[in-house]
Design a protein around this ligand. Structure first.
Ligand code: PMP
Length: 427
């Protein structure tokens, strides 16, 4: 049983000593004490089905014993910066990770977060090409430091500080976009941005295959191949931000970009790579990686033994427990069930995504697509009361984000949909 401070006490300390900017998901904030696979437990021992996975972070399951053992065993032996010394953990994980990527994507840089990974990716692109301009997509999220905040394109995540050289292209949004699912039509906007907004050459292009924070939006088919070709003609590199869509989550493939039939020049990752511990990575080609030898590039904790031992265990568990296959099977089943809910509840405007990265967009009016923001927050709260945690997002805060641990079962999917159905029926 839990014997720590009360929820009120934690809340008071949080309000007094932590950032005034943090927000809670629920009216009555949840105090989480334990996690086990797809379940979370509060201070009273009440169990919740976790369909958000700490923002698509937990892939193997909360506190997966094999991952925990790997982390603890390594921590007992050695845990410090291994940038300047040899240690097997970083080398072993780099080798294993490189084996999951196609082509020449074989050189790994480890970081501590997704933001850092994307900052490094943009730096590599700028150094390698000698150009400065970067194109990202409207509605994207890439991080919160100077460069990545520039690449992020949602006003609610952007502060008014210097963010130079990023142009935001029309989002190939299949639900709200002006060209529907016609990817190549949206891609023309990238050509125009290059023609009218740059010297004609760019450092690169960065995009998520499925926008996570933006509301689980899968880029329209045919978009990425067309844009990759345009970018390469303009001298730029193509960066795939796999922070949410990577690590088997989309089921059909290990990486989100594979679902679009493209091979990027740089791939960035975080979240799922560590099943909850702070680690990120950038993988690129030997030629591109080489630009960093011009100066010292240094990251104290990037690739530290504890995190890389954990990362290696994550890869092992994904393979051993066939989690990609599970994400495909359970994800397809869940999407089907959510889609059939659409027939019953007018508030559901769209059901989308792949594998265990699914979104349900709520609208007040299907024709006008008026975002049902207040209703989304209310339903989410009600679902929590019935023991189901899901996420929300999208620019208007009206999209349920479903990104559970990849060990999610068919019965969990049923419970999630039944609870959603019930709270929608009650509203
Ligand atoms: N890229 C994407 C697609 C993300 O979703 C996030 C985090 N939400 C980031 C980058 C930034 O990662 P971090 O919060 O670890 O810095």
């Amino acid at each position: 049983p839990y014997s720590g401070p009360s929820t009120e006490e934690i809340l008071r300390k949080r309000q007094q000593y932590l950032s005034p900017a943090i927000c809670h998901f629920y009216k009555k904030p949840l105090n989480l004490v334990d996690g086990k696979m797809q379940y979370l437990f509060d201070e009273k021992g009440r169990r919740y089905l976790d369909a958000f996975g700490g923002i698509a972070t937990v892939c193997c399951g909360h506190c997966h014993p094999e991952v925990v053992d790997a982390i603890v065993d390594q921590t007992k032996r050695l845990q410090h910066s291994t940038v300047l010394y040899l240690n097997h953990a970083i080398a072993d994980f780099a080798e294993a990770l490189a084996s999951k990527l196609p082509g020449d994507l074989k050189v790994v840089f480890f970081t501590n977060s997704g933001t850092e990974a994307n900052e490094l990716a943009m730096l590599l692109a700028r150094l390698h090409t000698g150009y400065h301009d970067i194109i990202s997509l409207r509605n994207s999220y890439h991080g919160n430091a100077a460069g990545t905040m520039g690449a992020t394109a949602q006003s609610n995540y952007k502060f008014n500080v210097m963010q130079t050289g990023v142009h935001h292209a029309l989002n190939p949004d299949q639900y709200r976009g002006i060209f529907g699912s016609d990817g190549p039509k949206y891609a023309k906007d990238v050509e125009d941005l290059i023609t009218y907004g740059t010297c004609g050459y760019v450092a690169g292009f960065i995009a998520e295959a499925i926008q996570g924070v933006g509301g689980i939006l899968e880029l329209a088919p045919g978009y990425l191949p067309a844009v990759y070709s345009t970018i390469r003609k303009a001298g730029g590199l193509c960066i795939a931000d796999e922070v949410q869509s990577g690590f088997a989550r989309i089921g059909s493939h290990f990486w989100g970009f594979e679902g679009h039939g493209v091979v990027p020049d740089i791939v960035t990752m975080a979240k799922g790579i560590g099943n909850g511990i702070p680690i990120g990575a950038v993988v690129t080609t030997p030629e591109i990686a080489n630009v960093l030898t011009r100066r010292n590039y240094f990251n104290t904790f990037g690739g530290n033994p504890m995190c890389t031992a954990g990362g290696l265990a994550v890869l092992r568990v994904i393979e051993k427990e066939k989690l990609q296959q599970n994400a495909f099977t359970v994800g397809s089943y869940l999407k089907e069930r959510l889609t059939s809910l659409k027939g019953k509840h007018e508030i559901i405007g769209d059901v989308r995504g792949r594998g265990l990265m699914l979104g349900v967009e709520l609208v007040q009016d299907r024709e006008l697509k008026t975002p049902a923001k207040v209703e989304t927050a209310h339903l989410m709260d009600e679902m929590k009361e019935l023991g189901v945690l899901i996420g929300k997002g999208g620019f208007f805060g009206n999209v349920f984000r479903i990104t559970p641990p990849l060990c999610f079962k068919k019965e969990d999917a049923d419970y999630l949909v039944d609870v959603m159905d019930f709270v929608m029926s009650k509203m």
